[in-house]
Write a new protein. Sequence first.
Length: 283
Amino acid sequence: MSGAIDAHQHFWDPARADYPWMAGDALAPIRRPFGPADLAPLLAENGLDSSILVQTRSSLDETAEFLRIAHETPFIAGVVGWADLTDPRIGTTIDRLRSLPGGDRLVGIRHQVHDEADPDWLSRNDVQRSLASVFAHDLTYDLLVRTRELPATIATVRAFPDGRFVLDHAAKPPIATGFDQAWADRIAELAACGNVWCKVSGLATEAVWTDWDAERLLPYVAHVARCFGEDRLIFGSDWPVCLLAGSYGAIKQALEQCLAGLGLGVRDKAFGPNAMAAYRLPQ
């Protein structure tokens, strides 16, 4: 797989499954089906060749469905699926997922850690044992966390120096309320671990949805760029969640503007090569 990659996008159909995080009037604009036929023209229009499809709910059925979709959809380079990290048999689950149609596209595992009541959920013994199995299967683990969970995240990343981690949405800095020094300090501490990449994604929806632009996002992009360096930043649209704040094109253009302003090498690596390294995508 080569070319420009959108390393973070989703599909869903609220008529067929329940998405607890999608409740409330504010999310009504995206409470409808989104699938490959909707994304394909957006990738083409914005100069992107492939994408990574990421889980949206705690469901093995969804992961199996995403693998099947990837099997049938050439532009999907990989799937970050879900598996129960509290299950001691997670290794068997991963083997079963890999045996399904599209199983060769499974590149990572993710769980909505920031929705757990316990900020130290990642530090649980059963979760740590399962993470060891994830890495033994040569998969990447996507970290869906906020500032609250970053201390446990840092400890976890340090505990698995040979594992590959990807931080989703730069840990969702609270852009709408202003620059948060606790977020910034913990990001710097996390980035000091050389085995974690950072997705520059989901930032516009952490700002005020009706009042943001590239200039508003730049301090956050610049901070993660300083911390992670040009070899560990990854572009992701977070489509269709991003539609709450702007069109696919507007989101991509703003993030590209931020990244290019930090250097063409930063931009070019974030739009493909770094995702290929983090997820071990085939050349």
